[in-house]
Design a protein around this ligand. Structure first.
Ligand SMILES: Nc1nc2c(ncn2[C@@H]2O[C@H](COP(=O)(O)OP(=O)(O)OP(=O)(O)O)[C@@H](O)[C@H]2O)c(=O)[nH]1
Ligand SMILES: [Mg+2]
Length: 202
C-alpha cells in the first residue's frame, strides 16, 4: 500500500474487556509467541498512520507494546468496578482522530492479516456518503469490532450514548452501514474462550 492510503486511516484497538469467558486476560495470551494485543497492534500499524490502544489498564499492556505506542487511558466506572463498555471506549478514542476513516479492532483477533485489511482499505472510496461504517456482516448482525467507521459519526455516537445506548448493534441499526464483503472469514475469528484458544493452537 502506498503512504497516502496509509495516512488516511487511524486504527483504534479496544482492550478494556473483562475476558470473563476466557477466565484470564486474553489480550496477554501469547499465540505463536506473541501476546494477542501485540499481534493486533502490529497488523494495525501496517495499515494505519496512527494506532490508539484504548484501555483502563495501561500499566498492564505497556510492556508488551512498543514504547511509542499511543495508549489512551479509558474512563472507568468506579461504581461497577469496570469500564463503561466498548462503545464508550470507542468514543473516547474517536474524539482524538484526525483522519476521515477509523479502523476499529478488538484485541482478540489472532488471524488478522495485513493483506486482507489493505484490500478492505481499497474499498473506502466506494462507500456511499450516507453510510457511517463499512463492516463485515454475520447472520445475527454487524461485526462492529473489525471494520471501518467515518470520523464524522462521532456526533451520532455521542447522541446515542447520551440517550443511554450502549450497544453497537442497536446503534448501527439506526444508521446506514455498508456491508464489507469478506472472502476470508477466518480473519474474523475471535478468541473468546479456552476452546477457541485450543482450536487455534491445533
Ligand atoms: N476499551 C474497551 N474495550 C472493551 C470493553 N469491553 C470490551 N472491550 C473489548 O472489546 C473487544 C471484544 O470484546 P469481547 O470479545 O466480548 O471481550 P471481553 O469483553 O473481554 O470478553 P467477555 O468478558 O468474555 O465477553 C475486546 O477487544 C475487548 O477487550 C470496554 O469496556 N472498553
Ligand atoms: Mg471477542
Amino acid at each position: 500500500m502506498n503512504i497516502s492510503q496509509a495516512e488516511s486511516v487511524t486504527a483504534i484497538v479496544l482492550a478494556g474487556g473483562q475476558s470473563s469467558r476466557m477466565g484470564r486476560d486474553k489480550a496477554l495470551i501469547s499465540v505463536n509467541n506473541m501476546p494477542l494485543i501485540r499481534q493486533v497492534y502490529e497488523v494495525a500499524q501496517e495499515c494505519a498512520s496512527v494506532v490508539y490502544v484504548v484501555t483502563p489498564w495501561i500499566e498492564r499492556y505497556q510492556d508488551v507494546l512498543p514504547s511509542n505506542c499511543q495508549l489512551i487511558r479509558e474512563v472507568y466506572d468506579l461504581e461497577a468496578g469496570k469500564p463503561h463498555g466498548p462503545l464508550i471506549g470507542f468514543r473516547q478514542a474517536l474524539e482524538l482522530v484526525q483522519t476521515d476513516w477509523v479502523l476499529l479492532l478488538a484485541c482478540d483477533l489472532p488471524n488478522l492479516k495485513v493483506e486482507v485489511l489493505q484490500s478492505w482499505l481499497q474499498q473506502l472510496p466506494e462507500v456511499p456518503e450516507d453510510a457511517i461504517a463499512l463492516l463485515p456482516r454475520h447472520p445475527k448482525g454487524w461485526e462492529p469490532l473489525c471494520g471501518f467507521y467515518r470520523r464524522c459519526c462521532l456526533p451520532l455516537l455521542s447522541e446515542y450514548i447520551n440517550r443511554g445506548g450502549r450497544s453497537f448493534q442497536h446503534w448501527l441499526a439506526e444508521h446506514s452501514v455498508q456491508k464489507l464483503p469478506v472472502t476470508q472469514p477466518e480473519v474474523l475469528f475471535n478468541c473468546n474462550t479456552p476452546a477457541d484458544l485450543e482450536a487455534l493452537e491445533n
